[in-house]
Design a protein around this ligand. Sequence first.
Ligand SMILES: C[S@@+](CC[C@H](N)C(=O)[O-])C[C@H]1O[C@@H](n2cnc3c(N)ncnc32)[C@H](O)[C@@H]1O
Length: 440
Amino acid sequence: MTSDAESAQSISALGGRLLTLTAGPPAAGGTFVARHEGRVVFVRGTTPGETVTARLLEDPQEQASARFWRAEALDVLEAGPDRAPTVWEEAGIDGVGGAEWAHIALPAQRRIASEVMQELLRRAGVSSFPIEQVQVEPAPHDAEGLAWRTRVRYAVDADGRVGMRGWRSHEVRPVGEDPLSAQPIRELRLGEWTAPEGTEAIDAVAPSAGPASVVLIGRDLDPDSVVIPESWGDADVAVRTARGLVTLRGDGTVHERVGERLFTVSATGFWQSHRRAAELLSDVVETTLAAPRGGSAWDLYGGVGLFAAVAAQQVGADGTVVTVEGNRRASQLAAENLEDLPQVSTATADVTDWVRARRGGVDAVVLDPPRAGTGIELMELLARTVREKIVYVSCEPSTLARDLAAIEKKGWRISDLRAFDLFPHTHHIESVAVLERASS
Ligand SMILES: C[S@@+](CC[C@H](N)C(=O)[O-])C[C@H]1O[C@@H](n2cnc3c(N)ncnc32)[C@H](O)[C@@H]1O
């Protein structure tokens, strides 16, 4: 929070109008609902029940007829019961983005996320599961919600200063101690380093096996200009320019261990970010998918094969698993990661196109789309094609709710729905829905 004088300065700089608002229930996107003269205002940086001085993001004159306005809390006039000392001084309003709930006590974050998730399901019309049972659960051994992020994209300004962007801002701001990042990423001390000219972003990864990785990204970045600082220890280093990836140390991949299996992932490719996520989600898929022995399964949006490995164990050597992934490199790595499992084959394709082209059915499907969700067409295709079970892993409850409502209309029901706090101190929620035919 800023002092009155600082607030007044930043307000006049932005031309934002000040309002006194009392925040009510949570809304999507990490905001809270307040009212001003009857109009809804979505406020960031506050907590339920507290009164704040907030800066309007819209010009009230230009937006006089808008249904709602948006605002950011600058000063707390009366703190709400969920407010806690922030876990990250540099985050929040006028600070770095990506930790918009750092000022809310962790149990309250989970309660609020549960309310948001339940409301999204209700609004989408989901009806086959007792929605009030959906409660966001912590990841195992994650009491504080700190040091969990194993993938971090840093921004770099024109002077080579490394930081993160503010919310809806291009400005690069210092990250300080960055308490959400896993220890090996913090140890790189990127915030104290000056990146060479032409660096636009830096991807840092703390994998569960092997050294950390640093990839400097810049269209015209000269790999010869990179001097690796001592603080990077034995981290792998690469440079990604418009011409492709140049490795300076390592081979541009990282390694992730889940149980007995080692996965190779591209250093800039997708892997679940929370240090406990891959294992937790694999366990949940293992206990819910129940692909029949000798049967068939698909792993859609499969990445480097995390859930295909689970499905392959279930169907056994006489069964079949296809893992479908749009990114060619991830698909290649999935094939290599699972080459000891001959029942697995890979397809590099758009998932909806691939499923649309299939003739015949499949016993069980696990799918894990990006935030956009599957879309209704794919849910309807799956409703016709899948014989027994669909396990839907989601990182965006609003699109999950839409997709679940769509498949319910096609004769499927939700037999289980769990939500996990895999993004502590942010409003994001991971969840897993288990679907079965309504008649089963
Ligand atoms: C949330 S990740 C899940 C990956 C994997 N299941 C895992 O847990 O590691 C989503 C994946 O879907 C892929 N993807 C996104 N849109 C796609 C599409 N339309 N068709 C195929 N793959 C897609 C992305 O490349 C990414 O690997």
